[in-house]
Design a protein. Structure first.
Length: 374
């Protein structure tokens, strides 16, 4: 119920070997694993305060060959699974109203640097089911009424090599890594309140290849399986706003400048390289707006690609036909939220190429049974 805060500040005059730093904060964390033995897990986690990781990096002169920083915040984290036996149980997670889960990075480099990698991430609730052989039968219930936010901002004089910036904010997240095992997974996710916000705002004097990627998600389920039958029932409701924003301002660059944003209210993915998938999904978005914005402003340089994708409800299923795979799917999607995607590209000098894309979709469902040669 209290605050969990992690802060790091880097004040560097000059570096010949590089600059790196990280800050991480986790409200509640549990892991249950086994080997050649069954496990039963019952986990109940709740966050009522602030869980925040913040990193500030400031370099007056040269940063040397690299500048690498990251801030990561997680409200509730649970992982369970065993090898060669059965995993059963439940994971219940809650981010309460008024709670904040935040990962923030701020950078200022006044001198040159070889390469840059800066990451900001925040996840409200996350549960992972990791099973090898045997089987897993589980229920995951997640509620999120607080704010989950990730911000990545900075100014950079010049970057000789690759420059990568990411910001990821996810309110509720469930993953499954199921190897040669059967699975029966039940999932319920609800996101209300202020929702999820991911933003990147970078100013760069001169660069080579530059990548910005901002991702905001309300409810997310990603199950990857091999070798056996997998059943999944997932119900998702999102009434909160979800925003992904990426902005790059650069005077010049010689390679590719990519600015990508992706915002989604509810997302379910089940992929199984095994005999069968059985998936039932129900998704609802209402009230909170889903938005993605990508913006580029630059002078003379190389190639520019800017893309913004916003989606209300997304379901995708995959099975391997050469493994005897099949999909039995039932899906219901209701979208009552405003979904917007915006892309803006402004080039004031000569560039090699410019490409922009904006995609806004209310509901999307895709199922594939694919084999080699098909």
């Amino acid at each position: 119920m209290g605050d969990v805060l992690s802060n790091q500040t880097l004040n560097v005059e000059d570096s010949t070997v590089g600059v790196s730093g990280s800050a991480s904060a986790v409200g509640n964390i549990v892991a249950a694993t086994g080997q050649q033995a069954p496990i039963h897990v019952e986990s109940d986690q709740s966050v009522g305060g602030h869980v925040e990781a913040a990193l500030s990096g400031n370099v007056a002169g040269s940063s040397g060959p690299y500048f690498t920083t990251a801030a990561s915040a997680v409200g509730n984290s649970a992982t369970a699974g065993t090898c060669c036996a059965a995993t059963t149980g439940s994971s219940l997670q809650d981010v309460q109203a008024g709670a904040v889960v935040a990962g923030d990075v701020a950078s200022q480099l006044r001198g040159p640097v070889g390469a840059v990698a800066v990451d900001a991430s925040a996840v409200g609730n996350t549960t992972g089911w990791e099973q090898t052989n045997g089987g897993v039968t589980s229920w995951t219930g997640q509620t999120h009424a607080g704010l989950t936010t990730a911000s990545n901002s900075g100014s950079f004089a010049s970057v000789d090599g690759n420059a990568g910036f990411t910001a990821t904010a996810v309110a509720n997240n469930v993953t499954g890594d199921i190897a040669d095992a059967g699975a029966d997974l039940g999932i319920g996710q609800t996101t209300t309140g202020p929702g999820a916000n991911a933003s990147i705002d970078v100013a760069l004097g001169s660069g080579s290849d530059i990548q910005l990627s901002a991702t905001g998600v309300g409810n997310n389920v990603d199950i990857q399986a091999t070798g056996s039958q997998v059943g999944m029932n997932a119900a998702q409701t999102n009434t909160a706003p979800v925003n992904a924003y990426a902005n790059l301002n650069t005077a010049s660059w010689s390679g590719d400048a990519n600015v990508v944003s992706y915002g989604v209210g509810n997302s379910v993915m089940l992929s199984n390289a095994g005999p069968a998938d059985s998936m039932w999904s129900q998704q609802t978005t209402s009230g909170g707006a889903i938005s993605a914005t990508s913006s580029f402003t630059g002078g003379a340089g190389g190639n520019v690609y800017a893309s913004a994708t916003a989606m209300g409800n997304v379901v995708s299923g995959y099975a391997c036909s050469t493994c005897g795979g099949a999909i039995d799917a039932t899906n219901s999607q209701t979208g009552n939220s405003r979904v917007t995607a915006n892309t803006v590209v402004t080039a004031t000098g000569r560039v090699k190429s410019v490409s922009g894309a904006s995609t806004a979709i209310g509901n999307s469902a895709t199922y594939q049974v694919v084999g080699s040669g098909n």
